[in-house]
Unconditional design. Structure first.
Length: 363
């Protein structure tokens, strides 16, 4: 709009000089400039009503502190696609702020405006384009246009491997389970993973004689060791008293992800559990591989814990899954506390990497 203000000032200066010097030439110049401005404004209004703008996100999942590029798609029913600028508005639970965008029109023919931004806090965000401006042909005047739709982006929590001591009790933990290891064989004949055709090298003891008698080929029992989860990571999403909810939620997600990846690294299957206010019950997620960790973190990021009080997640877990065996609980809350048995630690968002990598838990 600075150009437009300067242009109007020039018109007023010409009129002023014409009045002072009583010369008609200045009035003609002012009239010509005014006519050009009227044409620009008429064209601007036409562009404004014929232009459609939508927000989109090509990459819905991004890494923390990595630049990503949301886009505005500008469509015009007729004529040239106008120049457009915008400002981002980032929205998340407990967070609402604007960030200056670096929008640039990278495709004038198709009307694609691309921005660049990065987020330093893990979690789920809604990004909207605010203060969208449609400019005239000379980029001097603009009209603001509201964009109804928005785009969602999930910032992945970072992982910091932690030193974890594993006891013999946890290493040799075996209990009843309806899930079996795909690559670890068991010795108990009751642990049957599947029944399949006989292959050279299969033990005669594993032949399923009854099924073999019914069919024309030899069938054997495929026995695998039960997949037990001796460790439970309980996350308490008590965000009611958090001064900075976004940082607290980010610290919880990254602490949980770091703990889970560290357990996977030492081959300890485990559960991640938290209280879900919508279900009003404990939700748990079995963690076997890395993809499970990020699935659990993504599901947890949907929980809005701003009004949630403290819950005894461990006690509620024991009550819901009464009779199940385990060896260790790891308790994580939004105040930065991490506890496992007698091991107690405190982490902060600003020094999270150092805090996590310098603690040592025993499970």
């Amino acid at each position: 709009m600075k150009r437009g203000i300067i242009y109007i000032l020039l018109i007023l200066v010409c009129i002023y000089i014409g009045i002072i010097n009583r010369e008609e030439a200045y009035f003609y110049v002012a009239a010509l400039m005014l006519a050009v401005m009227v044409c620009l404004l008429a064209g601007l209004f036409t562009r404004f009503f014929r232009t459609g703008i939508s927000m989109q996100m090509n990459i819905p999942v991004v890494e923390k502190n990595r630049t990503f590029h949301p886009e505005l798609t500008v469509r015009s029913n007729s004529g040239q696609v106008p120049y457009v600028s915008a400002v981002f508005k980032v929205m998340a639970a407990g967070m609402k702020k604007k960030q200056n965008s670096t929008f640039r029109q990278i495709d004038n023919e198709n009307g694609v405006c691309q921005g660049a931004m990065s987020l330093a806090v893990s979690g789920r965000y809604e990004i909207a384009a605010a203060d969208v401006r449609v400019y005239d042909a000379f980029h001097m005047f603009y009209i603001k246009k509201k964009i109804k739709n928005s785009a969602n982006v999930y910032v992945l929590p970072q992982c910091y491997l932690m030193p974890i001591n594993i006891t013999k009790k946890t290493r040799d933990f075996v209990t009843d389970s309806d899930v079996y290891h795909a690559d670890i064989r068991g010795d108990d004949s009751s642990e049957v993973y599947q029944v399949r055709e006989y292959r050279p090298g299969d033990s005669v003891r594993n032949i399923h004689w009854k099924l073999t008698a019914r069919q024309d080929e030899i069938m054997v029992r495929d026995m695998n060791k039960t997949l037990s989860c001796p460790v439970i990571i309980c996350v308490n999403l008590d965000g009611k008293d958090c001064k900075n909810y976004g940082h607290a939620m980010s610290a919880v997600l990254e602490s949980m992800v770091s703990l889970s990846f560290s357990l996977i690294d030492i081959r300890v299957p485990h559960f991640i559990a938290w209280y879900d206010p919508e279900k009003m019950s404990i939700t748990r997620y079995r963690i076997i591989k890395e993809e499970d960790v990020y699935d659990a973190a993504a599901r947890m990021s949907y929980v809005d814990a701003r009004s949630m009080d403290w819950y005894d997640v461990i006690g509620m877990y024991r009550e819901k899954y009464r009779g199940e065996d385990f060896t260790s609980f790891i308790d994580v809350d939004m105040k930065g506390n991490i506890q496992c048995g007698d091991d107690r630690y405190h982490v902060k968002f600003e020094t999270l990497k150092e805090d996590l990598t310098h603690m040592c838990l025993t499970v």
